[in-house]
Every structure is written in C-alpha cells, then in structure tokens.
Design a protein around this ligand. Structure first.
Ligand code: NAG
Ligand code: NAG
Ligand code: NAG
Ligand code: NAG
Length: 495
C-alpha cells in the first residue's frame, strides 16, 4: 500500500478558505477532494486500472453540416482586432441524455494555418474548465483586463504554433451540461474519456478539414489522467472498421497527476527541500503517517496542521508568486502584462464569462443553465473512478510510437517537479540524452532529459502549476519544440 495523502484535504481546505475566497484555489480543492475520497475506506471510488469502453457506437456520430459556420464567433465583446478565426459552440455527445460539451476553437495566427497541427488542450481538477484556465489565463490568444469587460492579446499564445481547441469536460464543467442531471453524479475518468472521444469524432465531422491533420493532446494537472486516457481510447478505436481515424501523433502533460504514491511523496519532499516546512515536520510525515491503514493517528494530524500553518499564506501552485489581495474589478483597466501574471486574473475571467453578451457571442449557455459559469464545477458531486496510476497507459502510448513529453513548472508545490521525477523514475527508462539545461534568449529556460522508449522530460524554470501563465515565452518555446519533434536547445547560441 502506498503513502496516500489522506490528510491533504485538511491543509488545503484551510489554505483555500483563508487566502482566496472563491476562485484561485478552486483547482487545489478539486484535486484534494478527489484524493480525500480515494483514500477513504468507505469511498466507492474505483482505483483499479483504467477500464476503457471498447464499443462506441457509430450512432453517436451525427451529421454536422452547416454547424461550423453557425459556431463562428464574429467578435468577442471587448476584443482587439485579430486576423484569425474563432469558433465556439456545443457538440452533443449523448443525444438521448441530452449531454453536450462546449468547445472554443482558435485557428492559428500564421500565414499558413493549414500547415499547422491541431492541438487539444485539457485542464484538470477533476471538474475544472479548459476555458477558465487554458484559454483565458494560460495559452489562449487573449487575456481579460481587470475591468472584467475587455480583452488584450497574449503575444505568447499557442495559436502561433497550432490550431488550438479547448473543451470544457466532462459535462457539468463550465458551459458543458447534461439535460439528464443525474449524469453529473456518474462522472469519472472512463466516462470523461468516452465523452471526449465522441466529442472529437463529431467535432471532426463539423470541421472536416482537420480530419487528416496531425493531432496532439496536451493538458496539465489532473489532465495527466485525461490526456493518456483519451489517447488510449483513440488508439483503440483507430483500428476499427467504419470509425474515423484520428491522426494522433503525440501527447504532452504538465505538472501532471501520474502516480498517486510518487506524486504524494514528491509533494512532501518538495515542501521540505524548498524550506517551507521544518526538517522535523518532514520527518514527522514519514514517522507518523504510516499510511498502512486508513486510520489517521493524532500525531499524523498534528503534523498536517503544522504543514497547514506553514503554507497558509502561500499560493501552493506557485510558491514564489504574489497573492490576490483585492479581487474587485476596476473601472479603468490596470495596465496589463502578459509577462508579469496578475494573481487576480481568475476574478476578471469569472466576470467576463458570466456576462450575457459574452455568452451570446460565444454561443454558450444556449439552454439557460440554472447555475453560474464557474472555473471549477460545483455541480459534479461524485467521481466514480480514478486509477491510482496512469503509468501503464503512458507505456502503451510510447510503445505505439507516439511522441510523449512530460513537463513541469519548477515552482509548483502541489504537483511538483519532485513528484514528476519520481514517477518517471518508476518507469525505469534508460537515458538517451542526459540531463542538461535548455536555453531561450541566452538564459536557462529549464532542464531536460530524454529517455529511450521514448520520453522527453522538461522543466520550465520559474513557472508554477499553470506554466504558460507564469512563463509564457518559455512555454511557447516548449510547445513549438514538442510539435516540431525537435529537442530543446542545449546551447544558448541556437535557441
Ligand atoms: C437540452 O434541453 C434543451 C431544452 O429542451 C434543448 O433545447 C437542448 O437541445 C437539449 N440539449 C441536448 C444536448 O440535447
Ligand atoms: C461499414 O459501413 C458500411 C456502409 O455503411 C456497412 O455496409 C458495413 O457493414 C459496415 N461495416 C462494419 C464492420 O460495421
Ligand atoms: C479594492 O479595489 C477597489 C477597486 O479598485 C477599491 O475601490 C477598493 O477600495 C479596494 N479595497 C480595498 C480593501 O483595498
Ligand atoms: C446561463 O444563463 C442564465 C440566464 O441568463 C444565467 O442565470 C446562468 O448563470 C448562466 N449559466 C452559465 C453556466 O453560464
């Protein structure tokens, strides 16, 4: 039995109730709530290996003629003028249940967008929105001003390198919904993978020009589960007759939940090695939290409370970042900066995406849902399955010859670089290119190591959990190298 983080909830609840009243710690909560359930003896959560659903009926694919043009977003309210196309709308993934996923798609800003791949980005949680994080504060084309009304350009947007698709998944996240609301209580990894796959099949009918395009899937945090699970589902179905062949070429996951045991150990070790907790506290974890039973000892609880106090005033997702001290919108936008991430950004996005004019322009919330748009879902109340490891899926995807990259922002304390290194070590892959700095603009962008098998690991120096928020230029360089299949530069001369 591994060292399970059964007390994570304790300290993350305290952190979140204190520092940020609503949004910015929501991802931490979502992940901690899941971990809590995973280790509770009484919980019904299935931790065994991913059980893919093998039979996906042809009847879940529907004609999509004319829908692409209807989804075209003429202009987002308050956006600057741009030359690329944007689309947004719903794709039904289960007609009888009335379940539909919302997507937002930005074509590449490039003289030849036809030559650039299609990239799907997924955020984690589980239950957090790819629109909230990916599109609006990380790698999307725009960021929201502090007035919550107008947008400015992100000059390090990933749509300089690819045509980027964001999906809010599963149903119950963001604008995605089900008319059969009991669906929300049946959420889990397997159902998410199937719905994402059915989404893709239908989306490709709507955008047939992307059917043969090179396709990549990327994501962060709990998408460390979603991305390999979707890749696995695609690979399984690609070989079947009468099924759309999806031209999947590779996956990229960052600060990713990979393997519960090493993820957890790596987290404590990170807190200890970054001088956030004392050596005594770090030792106490090993000594009192034996994890061999589901009972928690009072000594172990005391250590947890110590940790909670130590990290109370930190953004555990980026331990060196400033906090949001005033979440009010401003009438006149503060001077925006893509390079210096504004820790209150989540509040601006919340205000923007809840505006009726924005929802109308994006073709979102067409059925007038009875809840607000939230960055992480409040309505998904249960999570049925979450394997304790996704290493077997990564191994399978590598064996299939797909490109697999794992990156890590090295100032994240939640799914930190130590966790990722321990998880990779567990795969026992021989080193192909040994550890070295990679460069951008004559500076160290991070470190990288390549393994036979075939896997690339890369850190991003000075980035928290949401790497493109904190190191946008390094993140864009990383994605360009990943998509091109070129190693990160080992000399500052050719970056
Ligand atoms: C959900 O119900 C609404 C109202 O009846 C309907 O307009 C909508 O198309 C349904 N959604 C799906 C995905 O079937
Ligand atoms: C594939 O589709 C064709 C035409 O719709 C049909 O005749 C055939 O039986 C299908 N094959 C399989 C294996 O489903
Ligand atoms: C927060 O910011 C708003 C808008 O700039 C301002 O009106 C308000 O006084 C600030 N509140 C605090 C507690 O500083
Ligand atoms: C959808 O629209 C309704 C009615 O305007 C609004 O009350 C609700 O907050 C919106 N929900 C979402 C998820 O955007």
């Amino acid at each position: 039995m591994g060292r399970y983080p059964f007390f994570l909830l304790t300290f993350f609840f305290i952190v979140s109730s204190m520092v940020a009243p609503i949004h910015s710690q929501k991802q931490a909560l979502a992940l901690s709530r899941l971990y809590q359930n995973k280790v509770k003896g009484s919980s019904a959560i299935d931790k065994s290996h991913f059980k893919p659903i093998h039979h996906i009926s042809r009847t879940s694919v529907h004609p999509q003629q004319g829908m692409k043009e209807k989804d075209r977003i003429r202009m987002l309210p308050g956006q600057p003028r741009v030359s690329f196309n944007q689309y947004g709308g719903y794709v039904t993934v289960d007609q009888s249940a009335g379940r539909a996923l919302y997507y937002y798609f930005v074509e590449a800003q490039h003289y030849s967008k036809e030559s650039l791949p299609l990239l799907l980005w997924l955020n984690g949680g589980p239950g957090c929105s790819s629109l909230a994080y990916g599109a609006m504060v990380e790698l999307g084309a725009f960021r929201v001003h502090s007035n919550g009304k107008t947008l400015y350009k992100n000059r390090y947007s990933w749509n300089y390198a690819a045509n980027v698709l964001f999906v809010e998944s599963p149903a119950g996240v963001g604008f995605s919904y089900s008319n059969t609301t009991s669906d929300y209580d049946k959420s889990g990894d397997s159902k998410t993978a199937v719905d994402n796959y059915v989404f893709l099949l239908n989306w490709l009918e709507r955008f047939p020009e992307y059917k043969d395009r090179e396709f990549y899937i990327a994501g962060e945090s709990y998408a460390g589960h979603y991305v390999p699970q979707l890749a696995h589902t695609i690979l399984q179905h690609n070989n079947k007759a009468n099924q759309t062949h999806i031209n999947l070429k590779g996956i990229l996951i960052g600060n990713a939940v990979i393997n519960d045991e090493t993820d957890t150990k790596g987290m404590y070790d990170y807190l200890g090695s970054h001088a956030l907790i004392s050596d005594e506290t770090a030792d106490g974890i090993n000594k009192y939290c034996s994890f061999s039973s589901e009972e928690t000892s009072t000594e172990c609880e005391a250590v947890n409370e110590e940790i909670a106090r130590d990290i109370y005033y930190l953004d555990i997702y980026n331990i060196y970042a400033p906090l949001c001290h005033n979440s009010s919108l401003t009438v006149i936008p503060r001077k925006p900066s893509v390079v210096n991430f504004d820790p209150c950004s989540d509040y601006y996005v919340y205000a923007y995406l809840n505006r009726a004019d924005v929802q109308e322009a994006m073709h979102a919330n067409v059925t007038k849902l009875d809840h607000d748009w939230e960055p992480c879902s409040d309505i998904i109340s249960r999570w049925g399955d979450s394997p304790s490891t996704i290493i077997p899926l990564l191994q399978e995807i590598m064996a299939d010859g797909l490109r697999v990259w794992i990156f890590s922002g090295d100032t994240d304390g939640r799914v930190p670089v130590t966790s990722t290194k321990y998880s990779i070590k567990k795969m026992k892959l021989p080193v192909k290119t040994k550890w070295h700095p990679w460069y951008l603009d004559g500076e160290v962008g991070g470190y990288t190591e390549m393994y036979k098998g075939d896997l690339t690991f890369a850190t991003v120096r000075g980035a928290g959990h949401q790497v493109p928020s904190f190191q946008p230029k390094r993140a864009l360089s990383l994605i360009k190298h990943f998509l091109a299949g070129t190693p990160l530069p080992d000399t500052s001369r050719y970056d």
